[in-house]
Design a protein around this ligand. Structure first.
Ligand SMILES: NC(=O)c1ccc[n+]([C@@H]2O[C@H](COP(=O)([O-])OP(=O)(O)OC[C@H]3O[C@@H](n4cnc5c(N)ncnc54)[C@H](OP(=O)(O)O)[C@@H]3O)[C@@H](O)[C@H]2O)c1
Length: 345
């Protein structure tokens, strides 16, 4: 049997306790999938949480098995095999995108990925650097374009507020919104203010010493990466006709805690109630989960190829250093993304 290496969880817990570097069978691409030999992936907060068990009920339902689990939503690699209905790429293409939640992640040497989640990787930057972008890009695309029906072609001049401009999602979003001609306001810690301004943000609020509610107002779109206590005040920044979206979605925690049916019903009930309340205040309201999107990934990678969006990389580590990468992610102080390179194996 053809086998590959992968960082595999067979139970949930801290990465240093549950992740093992194991051999697994190389997946066989089916339908519209292509087999990708990984060049690089990354670490996102979702990878850490899923290794710890977050979203396990939902993933088990979709993936039809719980273990072995391989995380890594960012995929950059070479196409080395084609499923029977795959038509978009040829063998040897270097592609970038995100996996579907049911597919093995980029912390494996190979994965069979649905081709619509991928596009050709830009060639103006090293392929492993591209791995900083797809998941945060599809997070933002799903939230703004998917939930708020934001039109990138008509965004120029509009005002976007995003929390945590120094994080993976925020640092991408600032660059993307500026490439569309938007005004961008954001928050970050004191040590990151200068480089967040260099990313293009027009207004940068130091969340430790300043109150964003007193500095930012009348935005067209509020993009909440923090949720919880931040939700009410963040939504209140939005002017009539605008929209608020949160990526702190409750579907995973609710289904984890209350079961699939009761959890999903509670989420639907809560969203409907909030949509009605915010609708009365004249704004759209939504919770969003990152999804692969064919139009979105092509749009974003085109911006990268034009040099309008640059990867923001905190650390670039060989895949063998994945545990150190997770430990850095856990500090919550990553300045951009943590890349994991497979070219070192
Ligand atoms: N729904 C989805 O599909 C989806 C997808 C992706 C991410 N998410 C969620 O979105 C959140 C952000 O993701 P990420 O990848 O950007 O995380 P990240 O890269 O780990 O973000 C870390 C950044 O958050 C900043 N931060 C921490 N507390 C803050 C506060 N009170 N105000 C402003 N900034 C603060 C820190 O800034 P300083 O270091 O400057 O203090 C740090 O740079 C996570 O909770 C993640 O789970 C959801």
């Amino acid at each position: 049997m053809n086998t590959m290496h992968a960082w595999v969880a067979r139970s949930y817990g801290a990465p240093e306790n549950v992740l093992k570097f194991e051999e697994l069978p190389i997946p066989v691409p089916t339908g519209q999938q292509v087999l990708v030999k990984m060049i690089a992936s990354s670490l996102n907060p979702i990878d850490l949480r899923m290794v710890q068990g977050y979203g396990s009920r939902l993933r088990k339902l979709v993936a039809k098995q719980e273990f072995p689990f391989v995380a890594g939503r960012d995929i950059v690699g070479e196409v080395v095999g084609l499923g029977p209905n795959a038509t978009k790429f040829k063998i040897g293409d270097i592609v970038a995108g995100i996996n579907d939640i049911k597919e093995i992640g980029g912390h494996a040497q190979y994965s069979a990925i649905t081709e619509t989640g991928l596009t050709k990787a830009p060639t103006n930057i090293p392929a492993h650097e591209v791995a900083a972008i797809p998941y945060v890009a599809m997070t933002t695309w799903s939230a703004l374009v998917g939930k708020l029906k934001f039109d990138p072609e008509a965004a120029a001049g509009k005002h976007l507020f995003v929390h945590a401009g120094s994080g993976g999602v925020g640092s991408f979003t600032i660059q993307w919104a500026k490439s569309l001609g938007m005004k961008v306001s954001t928050t970050c810690g004191p040590s990151n203010i200068d480089w967040v301004k260099e990313l293009g943000a027009d207004v940068v609020v130091n969340y430790r010493d300043e109150d964003y509610r007193k500095i930012v107002s009348d935005v067209d779109f509020a993009y909440d990466t923090l949720g919880g206590d931040y939700e009410k005040a963040t939504a209140a920044l939005v002017k009539r006709g605008g929209g608020y979206v949160s990526i702190v979605h409750q579907l995973m925690p609710y289904t984890d805690n209350h079961g699939l049916i009761l959890g999903a019903l509670r989420v639907i009930g809560q969203i409907m109630r909030k949509k009605i309340g915010h609708g009365l205040a004249g704004r759209k309201y939504g919770w969003s989960i990152a999804q692969p999107n064919e139009v979105g990934i092509a749009h974003v990678m085109d911006k990268v190829a034009q040099g309008k969006i640059k990867p923001v990389i905190d650390k670039s580590l060989p895949i063998s250093d994945i545990i150190a990468g997770y430990q850095h992610l856990e500090t919550g102080r990553a300045k951009g993304k943590i890349i994991l390179r497979w070219d070192t194996v």
